[in-house]
Design a protein. Structure first.
Length: 675
């Protein structure tokens, strides 16, 4: 139900001409129409709202919340934005109110008297390591790193291999990359690794026929002209290569064998000149016939000024590829990467970038990029560029060229992620975590190296079963992966536990509801709490509360007296009937007698049910609430109530509601129950 109360300024303004025409200037005064000049505008509503993934990000980014968190809770607040739930440290009571006044909140104009019944996700106690993972540093092993690993600037391959493993090499690489690391720091490392060692000895040069280069890419061919090119590949992309001959270069759009082409391949192309996005190119689908390979030497890239960039973007005639160098700030939005260039509104757009090339770009980082500008997109807004080098880290194409020049045997390699942590003296692989890599995302059928929507809940248990086929009951793992939502890719970490048959989520995350009210121009937490415990197995919130009930009986009844109301499984009891396993209150007298006959000797069925109900009302549930809500307290001038919706089982399942009053810090008094 919504309560709306509006006074429209438009109605008042519309009436002003008529009023003014009937009165002279002196008649419009405080005595005759006091307060009418500034009509009160209210927007009082009672709404129900469930937080979206983007809302958690807004909460984490809110300036008021950042000031509240300070340096001590900075990382914990950031984790709320990426994980999509509150924690004990970052509670909804303290951090949700700022959302309601944020312009990004759909009801931010609500006025005093309004209330928001907020449904949210919260983790009661995050497993150790989760916050560190979602706030981890990210490092991609560079070409220079691989050169140091192999001990040569020439005879190396851009990957680890059996003779130079990642496990042996990464600790020293990370130590050099993070000289000021502190104990507990965590980093996600991306690298290439191969199952085969390269061979650097030069093979015997075979007798190969001479491959004369053509001299046709002079800039004079026009759209529609037939052309024959004897050239070689100088840059590769998912959309096609750049091919050079004696005279110049051209972009070859999606040749039939594009996936097989690599830097240095000599090719013969018979096709037609075409144009697209103000750039010359070879028409789509041409055959690039291979004819040996050669070493590739790049020309000195043109360092373009802002004025030259603007002039290039405004040109109305199609361009031939321009080999240039640019410096700018990276902007990553989902799978789109653009680079804002200094002194101009024109941006660089890496065109047809492979996953390896994309991994070299970090959002917000300033980089220097070299490559071939092959087209001008969006009416001069973007320079589509096939990248050959990024800062100090070369893209895959450049690495392949270097390997060919060093006569290294080309080895297949896999793109791998790993999680490393620093213990105060050295970096090592952190066995608490398992992290998804490129091959895992591909196996899951993902187009990109991330998950989205509800995929983690369905994919991760299968991944864990495949990765850890011999897991023992009780084993736990923190699964790190990349998650895409609201045009942003973030790091997420979920906890899983093996129950003997499968992997189940074990984040301690439950869905709860709390109310907030606006009074005196501020949003405050309404301490009255309503908790709904769904009946049935594997209901996280029901399991949490009813297990607390079972634990109370174990600690306060069974252990002191020697009784055995709690079953051998430790997840249900028959002192009051609570079952964490079934998520209900079991009021069957027969089940109570079966569990502990001595406790119900000489009692009728009705007496047993009455005793169990009273214990639930006055002992067990108040004890569980004290354990789960130790900070609940009385508030001056306001009665604070906890209302719990639950189900009881007597052969059939029936829903009930029970109410408790907070009478002291962490103390609860039974008020009523409708059973």
């Amino acid at each position: 139900m919504k309560i709306n109360r509006y006074i429209s300024r438009a109605v008042i303004i519309a009436a002003l001409p008529a009023i003014l025409s009937a009165c002279d200037d002196n008649s419009w005064n405080d005595h005759e129409l006091e307060g009418f000049e500034e009509p009160a505008i209210t927007n009082e509503q009672a709404i129900e709202y469930t937080l979206t993934p983007n809302d958690y990000k807004i909460i984490a980014d809110n300036a008021t919340n950042k000031a509240l968190a300070g340096d001590a809770l900075k990382a914990a607040l950031a984790a709320v934005g990426t994980q999509g739930y509150f924690t004990e440290e970052i509670s909804p009571r303290d951090y949700a109110p700022a959302l309601f006044s944020d312009p990004k909140f759909p009801y931010f104009t609500l006025s005093d008297g309004s209330s928001v019944k907020l449904t949210y996700r919260i983790a009661d106690a995050l497993p150790t390591g989760m916050t560190e993972a979602v706030n981890a540093l990210r490092y991609t092993v560079t070409d220079e790193d691989y050169q140091k690993v192999w001990g040569s600037d020439n005879n190396y391959t851009p990957a680890f291999a059996p003779s130079h493993t990642a496990a042996a090499s990464l600790p020293s690489i990370l130590a050099e990359a993070y000289p000021d690391a502190e104990s507990g720091d965590v980093v996600i490392v991306n690298y290439q690794t191969s199952q085969t060692d390269p061979v650097f000895t030069a093979p015997a040069e075979p007798d190969t026929p001479e491959f004369p280069l053509s001299n046709v890419l002079t800039g004079s061919p026009a759209k529609g002209d037939d052309i024959t090119i004897n050239g070689y590949v100088v840059a590769t992309s998912t959309q096609g290569p750049v091919v050079a001959d004696e005279a110049g270069t051209v972009f070859v759009y999606s040749p039939s064998n594009n996936a097989d082409l690599k830097i240095g391949d000599q090719v013969v192309i018979n096709s037609t000149i075409d144009t697209y996005n103000n750039g010359y190119q070879i028409a789509r689908g041409a055959d690039a016939t291979l004819s040996g390979s050669r070493e590739v030497t790049y020309p000195e890239p043109k360092a373009m000024t802002a004025a030259e960039i603007d002039a290039l973007a405004k040109t109305t005639t199609p361009i031939w590829p321009v080999y240039a160098r640019f410096t700018g700030k990276v902007s990553v939005s989902g799978n789109y990467i653009n680079i804002a260039l200094d002194g101009t509104s024109v941006q660089l757009s890496p065109y047809g970038a492979s996953d390896e090339t994309k991994s070299l770009f970090t959002d917000g980082e300033t980089v220097t990029v070299e490559g071939y500008v092959v087209a001008i997109a969006s009416k001069g807004k973007y320079l589509n560029t096939i990248v050959t080098k990024v800062g100090s880290a070369t893209a895959k194409a450049t690495a392949t060229t270097t390997a060919a020049q060093s006569r290294a045997v080309t080895v297949a390699s896999d793109n791998v992620n790993a999680v490393y942590s620093f213990n105060g003296s050295k970096w090592s692989a952190d066995t608490r975590y398992t992290i998804l890599s490129h091959a895992d995302y591909q196996l899951m059928g993902q187009r990109y190296d991330n998950l989205s929507d509800e995929a983690p809940a369905t994919m991760l248990p299968i991944y864990l079963s495949r990765t850890f086929p011999y897991a023992a009951e009780g084993d736990t793992k923190l699964v790190v992966y990349f998650y895409y939502a609201s045009s942003t890719t973030t790091v997420r970490c979920d906890a899983y536990k093996f129950d003997g048959t499968g992997w189940i989520a074990d984040n301690g995350v439950t869905t709860q509801t709390a109310q907030f009210v606006r009074t005196g121009g501020k949003w405050i937490y309404d301490p009255n709490v309503t908790i709904t415990l769904p009946a049935g197995r594997s209901q996280p919130l029901s399991t949490l509360y009813f297990q607390a009930c079972v634990d109370w009986v174990k600690n306060n009844i069974d252990t002191p007296t020697g009784a055995t109301y709690v079953t051998s499984y430790g997840n249900n009891e028959y002192y009051s009937g609570t079952s964490a396993y079934q998520g209900n209150v079991d009021l069957r007298p027969s089940a109570a007698r079966t569990q502990y006959a001595a406790g119900y000797a000489d009692m009728t069925d009705d007496q047993i049910v009455a005793a169990m109900k009273k214990r639930f009302e006055t002992e067990v549930m108040p004890g569980a609430l004290s354990a789960l809500h130790p900070d609940a307290d009385v508030m001056p001038g306001l009665d604070v109530f906890y209302t719990i919706n639950f189900s009881a089982y007597t052969g059939t399942t029936t829903p009930y509601t029970i109410k408790f009053k907070v009478v002291g810090k962490g103390k609860f008094e039974f008020v009523e129950c409708d059973w």
